[in-house]
Design a protein around this ligand. Structure first.
Ligand SMILES: Cc1ncc(C[n+]2csc(CCOP(=O)(O)OP(=O)(O)O)c2C)c(N)n1
Ligand SMILES: [Mg+2]
Length: 802
């Protein structure tokens, strides 16, 4: 069904006719999928449907200029585009709708994502890069409106980097930077801040990006006048229009039902973006929603009769049909016949997809029934088990939950049996989970041989024990890394010319150029988006967020996009981005926050690393660049000017991921902490020795993954007491650490005292040194916290202190 790409060659009228008819067929098939898809949801076969009806014709034009190596970052309306590139079949469309958990059936996400979220495979079976220049690429969609925009910026910028930076191996990723990153977005979603942030940054960066805005004048029920000033997004974007004096974007406007106009517009957009590396916006207007927004509602509730009638008349497929007849491309009878065939094809494809989806589950149903029947025959609870058998047998179109939940209920009736059938059912249930659970839970992190967990520790070596300001270690280590990895680059606010606010990149822009060590605007969400997009195209970006407190602006993109890339594609895409930031223990509400609990909860899916000094931090950068996971590194803000010894193996020593470090051995209590606070814990532990308390101090180093060897457990087995010290609020990161210790490592069995946490007060830190003292744990707080635990355990030896 592949659409014919635009070429410069002259073609005959007959060839032209064939091409147009083929295009129309794609549009009709896509429409029929939408119509039938909605029925499948309404009759209960699928949970939710959101379709591309009413947006078919512009997507044909788009597909004609989309080349191998190009990337898409779009949203849920783009099924026609995917079909026109032969990247989505009818069966795959329905497999996605049913949430078929096989990657072969649903290559977009193996059923993990709702239908309408499109992604191609960048990675092979081993999790290694495929040759992306030889395929059409679609970065996997996410659901938050406009969240595809920041990533789009990075996908486009990658072309610019590949074009301009020498020495990178571009084999799998780029042909001279000629790839365009194509975005799509709904009209209403352009109200989101990240849309404007992306457009502005694209204008500054001058990257080959084309954004299509599908304008159907609605965002669910809310009409354009409540969404957009002047109800017209291209009108209000006019200030971004490039002109003869200044760079900017090219802004084009076209009717979404005008097949010829669309082809011309997309051709023009392609030329500008591909040849000039200038970003383009195509505002595609007069689009419709034949079935309303999604299967969750009906648009008759909120659109006027006039609007609904207008939409019927301006349906892009209908308009294309009328145009074909008027221009002797086909007769009405030809097109009636073609539409009939398409409808049949879609129906048959849907049936095949449904049968394929059901087949394994029906087999599982039969297996469970056989086991339950055996169980009934051997069990005193036969009557009850037979009820379950009948319930399971009567389900004509089961889902997995039906099968396994009834099997588990059946087992309960045999809890006291000692029979072979009980054993068989028990084993089957366990094997079922072994096989099925990964379909829902695998690939949160890399599972390839490049997984960062596998990177071995390499200790720093020291030729001469020279003490330097710790930032020098970072700087010289970055220097070694940029030398070693031509594909590595760093960017952020003040990262370029001055070499970051703490001079960790001093002089590196001069050495490595403005492309690789770059200043950006103040726009955290798109700084991270730049990183995600570039990482998806084989580069090794380090996106710098100036302070930890300001990660929050980017946290939504980190959480929804970066942290889910690998999971949502079933391991078929990755974005090994490093987000660099600095925080902890300065002063003031917005300069000393440590919102680690929030980050831990929301960024699940990336590593979260909290080095206590700059040598450790540098070691993490060295480790991460050898692996293929994404991570956030929080450097200690108060550590840049402290003295550390200068290692001699810069770029080579590696801090391992998921391994804790015991800084002081002790026998009485285990103190667990990380980052800047840890230095206070070390001091408190020294002072505690003076009153005869010998504490063991453990540096977590990596909050995610946390202590994969369970060394904290080993420590608690020895000390039988634990205190977690953290500068986050109560119930923040400390609660996460406590959960790991108690529920994952099961250390509760070895505790003789209540496991405790010592955190900041339940508010942001007040300004000034006293603000810090009365907001966050102090050395005295730590001392007294430990002492209190010892007092409770042994009041004789440790009498009341306060
Ligand atoms: C951040 C966010 N807010 C709200 C939603 C719920 N939502 C899904 S689609 C949609 C409307 C989008 O309208 P538009 O961008 O015009 O796209 P259309 O569906 O009309 O093609 C909304 C509000 C969401 N997915 N994400
Ligand atoms: Mg809309």
């Amino acid at each position: 069904m592949h659409t014919h790409p635009n070429t410069a060659e002259a073609i005959t009228f007959e060839d032209f006719k064939t091409e147009v008819i083929n295009d129309y067929k794609i549009a009709v098939v896509s429409r029929e999928c939408s119509l039938l898809g909605r029925r499948e949801v309404l009759t209960g076969k699928a949970k939710f449907g959101i379709f591309g009806d009413g947006k078919e014709v512009p997507q044909l034009a788009w597909a004609k200029v989309f080349r191998k190596g190009d990337f898409r970052a779009g949203y849920y309306r783009d099924q026609t585009f995917m079909m026109a590139l032969d990247e989505l079949t009818i069966e795959q469309f329905f497999a996605g709708l049913y949430a078929h958990t096989s990657l072969e059936a649903d290559p977009m996400s193996a059923g993990r994502q709702m239908g309408g979220h499109f992604g191609t495979h960048s990675l092979d079976e081993q999790g290694h890069w495929k040759d992306l220049t030889q395929q059409y690429n679609s970065s996997a969609d996410v659901s938050p409106t406009a969240a595809q925009m920041p990533r789009l910026l990075g996908l486009a910028q990658a072309s610019k980097i590949y074009k301009n930076v020498k020495g990178i191996d571009t084999t799998n990723f780029s042909k001279n930077g000629n790839e365009i990153a194509w975005g799509s977005i709904g009209n209403a979603s352009t109200s989101e801040g990240v849309f404007f942030e992306t457009v502005n940054a694209a204008g500054v960066l001058q990257v080959p990006m084309v954004i299509s805005i599908w304008d159907d004048e609605y965002g669910i029920s809310v009409p354009a006048k409540y969404q957009t000033t002047k109800a017209d997004i291209s009108e209000i974007l006019k200030g971004f229009q490039r002109d003869e004096y200044s760079k900017g974007l090219e802004i084009l406007k076209v009717n979404g039902w005008d097949y010829v106009g669309l082809i011309e517009t997309y051709q023009k957009a392609e030329d500008i973006a591909r040849e000039e590396h200038v970003p383009v916006i195509i505002h595609v207007v007069e689009l419709t929603q034949p079935q309303g927004h999604s299967t969750s509602g009906s648009h008759e509730r909120y659109k006027s009769h006039e609007r609904l009638a207008w939409e019927e008349e301006h349906d892009c497929n209908l308009k294309m049909r009328e145009w074909m007849i008027a221009n002797n491309i086909a007769t009405a009878e030809d097109l009636d016949a073609l539409e009939k065939t398409c409808k049949k094809e879609v129906r048959e494809g849907q049936k095949r997809a449904w049968a394929a989806y059901l087949k394994p589950i029906k087999e599982e149903q039969q297996e469970a029934l056989a086991l339950l029947r055996n169980l009934a025959n051997s069990s005193p609870n036969k009557v009850f088990i037979e009820k379950i058998i009948n319930e399971l047998k009567d389900i004509k179109e089961p889902i997995r939950k039906d099968v396994i939940s009834l099997a588990r209920k059946g087992l309960r009736y045999a809890v006291s049996d000692h029979s072979q059938p009980k054993e068989a059912l028990r084993k089957w249930i366990n094997a079922f989970f072994d096989e099925i659970q990964p379909k829902y839970s695998s690939h949160v992190y890399s599972e390839s041989d490049l997984s960062t967990i596998h990177v071995k520790e390499v200790l720093p070596t020291y030729d001469e024990a020279k003490d330097v300001d710790a930032r020098i270690i970072l700087r010289d280590n970055f220097n070694a890394l940029f030398d070693k990895y031509p594909e590595a680059l760093i960017f952020g606010e003040d990262s370029g010319a001055i070499g970051d606010v703490n001079q960790g990149l001093e002089g590196l822009q001069k050495k490595y150029g403005k492309m690789r060590v770059a200043d950006t605007g103040i726009r955290e969400a798109t700084i991270v988006g730049q990183g995600i997009g570039m990482a998806m195209r084989g580069l090794r970006p380090i996106a710098e967020i100036q302070y930890l407190d300001y990660v929050l602006y980017a946290l939504q993109i980190i959480s929804d996009d970066l942290a889910t890339v690998h999971y949502r594609t079933y391991g078929k895409q990755k974005a090994p981005l490093i987000v660099r930031t600095r925080g902890h223990r300065l002063e003031g509400i917005w300069h000393a926050g440590s919102p680690m609990g929030g980050i831990l909860n929301l960024a699940h899916g990336i590593f979260i690393l909290v080095p206590r000094n700059m040598t450790k931090a540098a070691g993490f950068y060295n480790t991460l660049l050898e692996g293929d996971d994404a991570a956030l590194i929080v450097e200690c803000l108060n550590g840049y000017r402290l003295k550390e010894k200068m290692p001699s193996n810069l770029g080579e020593f590696k801090t391992p991921i998921g391994i804790v470090e015991t800084l002081k051995e002790g026998t009485d209590i285990t103190l667990v902490s990380y980052g800047s606070t840890l230095n206070m814990v070390v001091q408190a532990a020294k002072e505690l020795l003076e009153v005869g308390i010998d504490a063991e101090v453990i540096d977590i180093q990596t909050l995610v993954p946390l202590d994969i060897r369970h060394d904290i457990l080993k420590s608690i087995q020895k000390t039988n007491r634990v205190l977690i010290i953290d500068e986050d609020i109560p119930g923040g990161a400390s609660a996460y650490i406590l959960n790991e210790i108690l529920n994952v490592q099961n250390a509760y069995q070895y505790l003789d005292s209540q496991p405790k946490t010592l955190t900041s007060k339940p508010h942001r830190p007040a300004y000034g040194t006293d603000g810090d003292y009365f907001s966050k744990p102090s050395i005295e707080d730590i001392f007294e916290g430990v002492y209190q635990i010892m007092h409770e355990a042994n009041p004789q030896d440790y009498p009341r202190l306060r």
